[in-house]
Design a binder for this molecule. Structure first.
Ligand code: WQD
Length: 346
């Protein structure tokens, strides 16, 4: 019996595959490689010494996806595949609704057909919208403010309806806060296309000289130093949260949402100074206007995941910065050009 990982070649997916394989699971990976590359999966095999099947297919291609269900005895699904750039979703909403929602519908229809009713779904803290009451717990009112967040919210609701229609479904909805960091080997990491939207890959590209300086989007929020506060979580902690959620859905039925965060917020300026402290690199920046759609404070109450999944984030901000920096220095072009033979520049 195998665990099907959709989007398994991506940033979260590749780290989750490492944890699954190291825990002894058999896995099968599908990924359309629209925002990832198969090199990450080659490295997953290298890091774990384990082999697995990978199908470069699109969830929207029902025939291709069905052939995977026919060729493998799938026990449960970890569903990570999806477009995830907030800004892009605002300018290309139909692409996001079609890819994320229709893809999830095709997946769930085939799961139903093949009597696979256990799924861990990659949701996001963006389903909380502009909730400024922090720390955010799972039962605050939901309300996304962009197309990307709305696709996550709608898929959550679709899965709840699935369970209402058939109580045999066992579903964990994992609401990610801000994943950063990389595998400690420096062989897996975040590999954004073009100029990074997110803070940490932008910081590492400034630190290595790829980009000139960091624009800090606003310092007039009602936070300690005026810059935005977020709940950064190490991607390996996040990956391990998927294994705990998988154990839960394998053992029970029902639908539950869980925050995957540390419960600790850090401002942009705190992230910059932590990064400079642990790497010895400087990160020149300038304060600019707020980014549309941003909120001031967002950090989690992760105690439900601790109570019900037995999961707590272990890695602190220093490790997140160091691992991000090692990934950057080992892989200046991401997966495009393989890492230099040199040691990390720390
Ligand atoms: C973090 C902080 C910015 C870049 C996003 C997605 C969300 C989720 C996590 C998928 C904010 C500031 C950033 C920069 C900056 N992804 N910043 N200069 O916006 O909290 O969440 O990633 O689920 O859906 O929206 O993350 O890293 O973009 O921003 O000042 O160049 O850093 O204003 O305060 P965000 P982020």
């Amino acid at each position: 019996m195998a665990i099907l990982v959709t989007g398994g070649a991506g940033y979260i997916g590749s780290h989750t595959c490492v944890e699954l394989l190291n825990a002894g699971y058999e896995i099968v990976v599908v990924d359309n490689l629209s925002n990832s590359c198969s090199e990450s999966l080659r490295r997953v095999k290298e890091l774990t010494g384990r082999d697995f099947e990978f199908y470069p297919i699109n969830l929207l291609n029902r025939q291709d996806l069905e052939s995977v269900f026919r060729q493998h005895r799938i026990e449960a699904v970890i569903h990570l595949a999806g477009l995830k750039a907030v800004g892009e979703s605002v300018s290309l909403p139909l692409r996001y609704y079609h890819n994320n929602i229709s893809g999830s519908i095709v997946l769930c229809e085939l799961m139903q057909e093949y009597a696979v009713k256990k799924i861990v779904f990659s949701s996001s803290a963006t389903v909380y919208g502009t909730s400024e009451s922090v720390p955010i717990s799972e039962n605050v009112p939901l309300g996304a403010t962009n197309a990307y967040g709305r696709t996550k919210l709608m898929i959550e609701e679709m899965m709840r309806d699935l369970h209402v229609s058939d109580a045999a479904w066992s579903i964990a909805l994992l609401r990610y806060f801000n994943p950063i960091g990389a595998h400690s080997s420096g062989r897996l990491g975040e590999n954004p296309n073009g100029i990074p939207n997110n803070l940490m890959p932008y910081i590492t590209q400034v630190a290595v000289g790829e980009l000139e300086e960091l624009q800090i989007y606003g310092n007039d929020y009602s936070t300690l130093d005026g810059t935005g506060v977020r709940d950064y979580i190490h991607v390996v902690d996040l990956a391990r949260g998927h294994l705990k959620a998988l154990e839960k859905v394998m053992a029970t039925s029902g639908v539950e949402a869980y925050n995957l965060g540390t419960g600790q917020g850090y401002s942009v300026l705190e992230m910059v100074s932590a990064f400079e402290r642990v790497t010895g690199r400087s990160v020149p920046y300038k304060i600019t206007a707020r980014r549309p759609g941003d909120i001031g404070m967002c950090y989690s109450d992760p105690t439900k995941a601790e109570r019900e999944l037995g999961w707590v984030a272990q890695k602190g901000i220093d490790e997140m910065c160091l691992d991000s920096w090692r990934w950057q220095t080992y892989n200046p072009q991401g997966y495009g050009i393989f890492h230099y033979e040199s040691q990390p520049v720390i």
